[in-house]
Design a binder for this molecule. Structure first.
Ligand SMILES: *[C@@H]1O[C@H](CO)[C@@H](O)[C@H](O)[C@H]1NC(C)=O
Ligand SMILES: *[C@@H]1O[C@H](CO)[C@@H](O)[C@H](O)[C@H]1NC(C)=O
Ligand SMILES: *[C@@H]1O[C@H](CO)[C@@H](O)[C@H](O)[C@H]1NC(C)=O
Ligand SMILES: *[C@@H]1O[C@H](CO)[C@@H](O)[C@H](O)[C@H]1NC(C)=O
Ligand SMILES: *[C@@H]1O[C@H](CO)[C@@H](O)[C@H](O)[C@H]1NC(C)=O
Ligand SMILES: *[C@@H]1O[C@H](CO)[C@@H](O)[C@H](O)[C@H]1NC(C)=O
Ligand SMILES: *[C@@H]1O[C@H](CO)[C@@H](O)[C@H](O)[C@H]1NC(C)=O
Length: 334
């Protein structure tokens, strides 16, 4: 390549510099790279990611009930935590996404409160809890609200300044093994809760959600965004002001899953597009602003095929992608 370019150069210098300019320009615009952080053998289905600020370390919950912590390229992943009180490694390790076992647990949402090092966890079977910096068994903080147990604790986010936590129960009727039924019956028994850091009380903020699988609070705790997977929409629920407790539909991208705030008060939504003329899904990440306006779309088909993804999170300028259907974390650079 270099030699032939040199030859061109001697023949047509002005033309060549234009050519080089275009080359550089287009490679800056188009260059993307994708790499994989491979999970350990027998580990699959990372659903959500919680980064430790200032480092590349993160935690993720996998299909067999473990919470793994990634400690960097040399150490890789270590077992960090779990919610199931009787979890046995010999029974549980290696359980795949298609067959979640109540006795093993299934950690879904994770959110780290940086000031206290508390890692909040939504386990689909065991409810809402917290882990300290040493990990281990999750201390369950809540298994239900208003007299109704959680059946499918799913997404969690923490408001860093106050330490208050917002989390969802996807359904009061169906658990994670019955997702297909929840979808086919248009289940709308999901709820949004708040855990008050000071009083340690859990209150229900919003009911009648259809597959509430993602939540993100804004920097000022003025609102939360919640994705409703079953009815293909993302809503904004106001927490303060004259619109408190009211909601607006802000985005209609199909199959919305986790929502992650960026440092610049935008949000990455993991979702899907449906290929024209087919039923086939294409996993995408959408960067939206607080009004739901799409600012950027990244298509992940090249690396995930038609497998759905559950999270896109920006950290240190890279997009980190989680999916219940693979055994790696995708790292996308653009
Ligand atoms: C993975 O699972 C298989 C079957 O369950 C088991 O034989 C094997 O020892 C496991 N490997 C690791 C590294 O845990
Ligand atoms: C854990 O094991 C104990 C003792 O066998 C039993 O009483 C308890 O119900 C089990 N808990 C779960 C969640 O399986
Ligand atoms: C669920 O909602 C969809 C779209 O609104 C509708 O087509 C379908 O009939 C509903 N199913 C049930 C069981 O209500
Ligand atoms: C909303 O949920 C409550 C219970 O959480 C239920 O009593 C009520 O009927 C639901 N409303 C609708 C419109 O489904
Ligand atoms: C949600 O979107 C998916 C994919 O386009 C579609 O199959 C499903 O019917 C939609 N559900 C509803 C309730 O509109
Ligand atoms: C994904 O593609 C495979 C074949 O490549 C097909 O069997 C499967 O039904 C597709 N799944 C979805 C959700 O489109
Ligand atoms: C989102 O972007 C749209 C289009 O640029 C703009 O009208 C809207 O004000 C933005 N919303 C916020 C909260 O920044």
């Amino acid at each position: 390549m270099a030699t032939s370019i040199m030859r061109v150069h001697t023949l047509a210098a002005p033309l060549f510099s234009t050519f080089i300019f275009l080359l550089c320009f287009s490679s800056t615009v188009l260059s993307v790279s994708f790499s994989k952080i491979q999970l350990p053998p027998n580990a699959t289905g990372p659903e959500a990611l919680a980064f430790v600020s200032g480092t590349g370390q993160f935690c993720t919950g996998i299909a067999d009930g473990r919470i793994l912590k990634y400690q960097g390229p040399t150490t890789g992943f270590v077992d960090f935590g779990f919610a199931a009180p009787n979890r046995s490694k010999s029974v549980c390790d290696g359980t795949d996404t298609a067959n979640p076992k109540p006795v093993c647990g299934r950690p879904l949402g994770l959110a780290l409160h940086h000031a206290t090092n508390r890692l909040y966890v939504c386990d689909a079977f065991f409810g809402f809890g917290v882990l300290g910096p040493k990990g281990g068994q999750v201390t369950i903080l809540s298994t239900g609200a208003d007299g109704e147990p959680f059946r499918f604790c799913n997404a969690v986010d923490v408001h860093q300044r106050t330490g208050d936590v917002y989390f969802t129960d996807s359904s009061a009727v169906y658990d994670i093994r019955q997702i297909e039924t929840a979808i086919s019956t248009n289940d709308s028994t999901g709820r949004l809760m708040k855990y008050d850091f000071k009083t340690e009380q859990v209150t229900v903020l919003f009911r009648n959600l259809s597959g509430a699988v993602g939540v993100a609070v804004d920097e000022e705790a003025k609102f939360v965004l919640v994705s409703e997977f079953i009815i293909n929409r993302t809503i904004k629920i106001w927490l303060q002001g004259t619109k408190a407790n009211k909601f607006e539909i802000i985005n209609l991208q199909p199959m919305p899953d986790n929502i992650k705030r960026t440092a610049s008060e935008n949000f990455w939504l993991a979702a899907a597009m449906i290929k024209q003329g087919t039923q086939s899904l294409v996993p995408i990440g959408q960067r939206i602003n607080a009004s739901g306006t799409v600012l950027q779309t990244v298509n992940f088909e090249r690396w995930y095929g038609n497998k759905s993804i559950s999270e896109v999170q920006e950290f240190n300028g890279l997009l980190h992608v989680a999916s219940r259907l693979v055994n790696f974390i995708g790292v996308y650079k653009h």
